[in-house]
Design a protein around this ligand. Structure first.
Ligand SMILES: [Zn+2]
Length: 281
């Protein structure tokens, strides 16, 4: 996570250059336009623009950003100093959690307080020991609860801004319907296990197929589905085939691979914003 913060708060030189290349000193460039050219998510792009603005390289105006200083260059020494400082800070955070001794004293010493002394009140000073022994029945119940929450996927109603075409509202008959997912990657239910399946560290287990079947069963269909159509994948075709055939057997549904990939573009997962994702389809 620290590495992530570091990347966001200290954007690499190449990314800064990429953004600056798009800006002119006379005509403002909007954030959506930048988004269609630079492959960064909205919030990361905005953080980068803010950093460049504070540094005097660009200026926020009505309608977007202008180049404020054409002679601006990336200060590599400053970036390196900041990077080192951030690393030291993250090491201190880890030390705060692991190092023996009074916690308040540690903080005061980190802030150069010459009179820092043991506080007598923190868990270390009191010798308090926290245990992680939990009632297995309670843990199992919590697990069941976390695994029963289906995740709804809301259909998009607008095309991403910044594109010449298509733009505006997506016609109702062209909109996707609501979708559902078993979990979010990394959530407390199926998340961790599915993450391992996706990275190839774990095989798809029958429990997971049953869990997906459970999501389908809880769905308030107008009409029960009649067949299963896998979406082709270049990275996880085997996994998708196993899931579809498992679901087919459970629900007594035929699997028809009706969709075929006809073009080999970049991976959709590598596109950081909606404009890039649409252009990649
Ligand atoms: Zn203490």
């Amino acid at each position: 996570m620290w590495r992530w913060f570091e990347q966001v708060s200290l954007p690499p030189e190449s990314t800064c250059d990429e953004v600056l290349l798009q800006l002119s000193s006379s005509r403002p460039t909007s954030v959506p336009t930048l988004e269609s050219v630079v492959n960064l998510g909205r919030s990361r792009l905005q953080t980068l623009l803010k950093i460049l603005e504070v540094d005097g390289a660009i200026r926020a105006v009505k309608g977007g950003y202008l180049l404020a200083d054409e002679g601006w260059t990336y200060d590599r020494d400053k970036a390196e100093r900041l990077r080192r400082l951030r690393r030291e800070e993250s090491d201190q955070m880890l030390a705060f959690a692991d190092r023996p001794g009074c916690r308040l004293r540690f903080l005061r010493e980190a802030l150069d307080d010459a009179e820092a002394e043991d506080c007598g009140r923190c868990d270390r000073c009191l010798g308090a020991v926290r245990t992680t022994d939990l009632d297995p029945e309670l843990v199992a119940e919590a697990g069941r609860h976390l695994r029963a929450g289906d995740v709804g996927i809301e259909p998009r109603r607008q095309w991403p801004t910044g594109l010449d075409e298509p733009k505006g509202r997506i016609k109702p008959d062209a909109q996707a319907r609501w979708g559902r997912a078993l979990c979010r990657v990394g959530d407390g239910g199926w998340g961790a296990m599915i993450d391992e399946v996706l990275t190839g560290d774990r095989l798809l287990h029958e429990d997971m197929v049953r869990a997906v079947a459970g999501v389908l069963k809880r769905w308030d269909w107008e009409q029960r589905p009649g067949w299963i159509c896998p979406v082709p994948s270049r990275r996880r075709q085997g996994l998708i085939d196993r899931l579809c055939s498992g679901l087919g057997q459970l629900g007594k549904l035929p699997v028809h691979p009706a969709l075929v990939r006809i073009e080999d573009g970049g991976f959709q997962a590598d596109q950081a914003n909606s404009a890039h994702q649409v252009a990649n389809v």
